[in-house]
Each structure stands twice: as structure tokens, then as C-alpha cells.
Write a protein that binds this ligand. Structure first.
Ligand code: PXP
Length: 247
């Protein structure tokens, strides 16, 4: 199972002061030397963390795999097509949200998703859609013309956070089951399976055990951990956890 590290929140700290450091580009080099399989960033319309300049430099220095998350916004798509990362993940975006809130509604936006995916794929960019672990939505994924589905683990992660105090695991099991079933379905439709959002050092183990999942994208927990143990150690700890659960 591959680990893509989302480094947006290095840029969040930089933007808290609107100065030049810490630089996510420096962070990418450390993440890669710690053994991660790829670097992920989200170029948002409001540029709250990652900027064009970051993506341009990352394209030049990343030696593993650069994955850019983007909405269906035309301006952002134009920029990303010019930069030409290895991979793109289409996500929904709302200016008021704190982080990506749910999966992309590929049913209502099918036309736009299809044309956006085609424009990326015509340029040779590996294309993923970020969607909910919902059978009715997943069944439409092949219509989008993408290579992979990233299953939103956000709900599972939220439930896990409150599990011990309130719900003694039952909701957690059903959220985990939804992701297991979704992963199986995505794979049976012939698409590659990725997963991410809200994953951390405590809740990742059960997700790692899902055999269909080939890639995880994890950001906030790793950058948060890096404050205490350093970025290299934070990435290595996550990699060790993934390989110990993935035997
Ligand atoms: N995958 C997608 C599609 C995302 O939008 C994000 C957040 O940018 C992540 C994964 C990483 O989520 P987190 O920062 O909670 O690990």
C-alpha cells in the first residue's frame, strides 16, 4: 500500500504569517527522503495554503509522484494542465469549509466531471475522483472516465474520534464496513482504489487491512505529529504502522 503525504498544512503555517516559511517545497524533500511514495497538495480557489508557485516548484523537485487535488473550477484546471503533475484528484470545494467536507457529487455533476477528467487524461495525467463510500455513487464512477476512486474516509474518522466515549464501536464498525464494501465494488468495476481524509495514527490500521486499497493520502495527522517528533519521524512512524498492518 502506497502512502501519499498531503503537505498542505505546512503551507497553512506559512500563510498564518504570510511570509516565506515553512516552505512546503522543503517539506516535500524531507517527506520523500523519509520514504513516502508521493506528495499530495490541494490548490484551492481561495489559495488558503498551497499557491501556484508551490505546485510549480513541486513539479520540478518531486522525484516520487506528485498528486494535485482540485475542484472542477476552470481557472484551477487551466493552471494544473500547464503544470502537468503526475496525478490529479477531483474534489468538491466550498469557500466556507474548513476542509473538504464530503465526496464529489458525480451524479449531479456527471457532465462536468467527465469533461474535466477527459482533459486531464488527454494530457496523460492519472485521474482520480474523491467520492463517498456509497454504492449508488460508486456505480457511476466508470461513467466518469477516471483511473481511480479515492474513497472518503472522513465519516469513518469522525466516528472513530468519538467512539470510546459514546458509541462503543457499533457506528465505527458500520462505517468501516461501508468502506470495505466500497473498496470491493470500486475494484470490481475495474478502477484502482485509494482512500483518505481524517486518517491518523490510531484509526489507520483497520483501513490498511482492506486488501483492495492501493494508496492512502494522509495530511493533517502527519503534519501535526511532525510538530513533536519532526517531519521525517512523523512520516516514518506512519509508514511503519502501514507496513505492520499490511503483512
Ligand atoms: N484526500 C483528499 C481528497 C483530501 O481532500 C484531503 C484533505 O486535503 C486528504 C485526503 C487528506 O486529509 P487529511 O489532511 O485529513 O489527512
Amino acid at each position: 500500500m502506497r502512502l501519499g503525504v498531503n503537505i498542505d498544512h505546512i503551507a497553512t503555517i506559512r500563510e498564518a504569517r504570510k511570509i516565506s516559511y515553512p516552505d512546503p517545497v522543503d517539506g516535500a524533500l524531507i517527506v520523500e527522503s523519509a520514504g513516502a511514495d508521493g506528495i499530495t497538495v490541494h490548490l484551492r480557489q481561495d489559495r488558503r495554503h498551497i499557491k501556484e508557485r508551490d505546485v510549480e516548484l513541486l513539479k520540478r523537485i518531486v522525484s516520487t509522484h506528485l498528486n494535485v487535488e482540485l475542484s472542477l473550477n476552470e481557472e484551477i484546471l487551466g493552471l494544473i494542465l500547464k503544470i502537468h503533475p503526475d496525478a490529479c484528484c477531483l474534489v468538491p470545494e466550498r469557500v466556507e469549509e474548513i476542509t473538504t467536507e464530503g465526496g464529489l457529487d458525480i451524479i449531479s455533476n456527471l457532465g462536468k466531471v467527465k469533461t474535466t477528467a477527459k482533459r486531464l487524461k488527454d494530457e496523460g495525467i492519472f485521474t482520480t475522483i474523491f467520492i463517498e463510500p456509497d454504492e449508488n455513487i460508486i456505480k457511476r464512477a466508470p461513467d466518469c472516465g477516471v483511473d481511480a476512486v479515492e474513497i472518503n474516509t472522513g465519516k469513518y474518522s469522525e466516528v472513530e474520534l468519538i467512539r470510546k466515549d459514546f458509541i462503543k464501536g457499533s457506528h465505527l464498525n458500520s462505517e468501516l464496513e461501508r468502506i470495505q464494501k466500497a473498496a470491493f465494488l470500486v475494484r470490481s468495476l475495474g478502477l484502482e482504489v485509494h482512500a483518505g481524509h481524517g486518517l491518523n495514527y490510531k484509526n489507520v490500521s483497520d483501513i490498511v487491512k482492506i486488501p483492495e486499497i492501493e494508496e492512502l493520502n494522509i495530511g493533517h495527522s502527519i503534519i501535526g505529529r511532525a510538530i513533536f517528533v519532526g517531519l521525517e519521524n512523523a512520516v516514518k512512524e506512519m509508514l511503519a504502522l502501514i507496513s505492520s498492518c499490511n503483512l
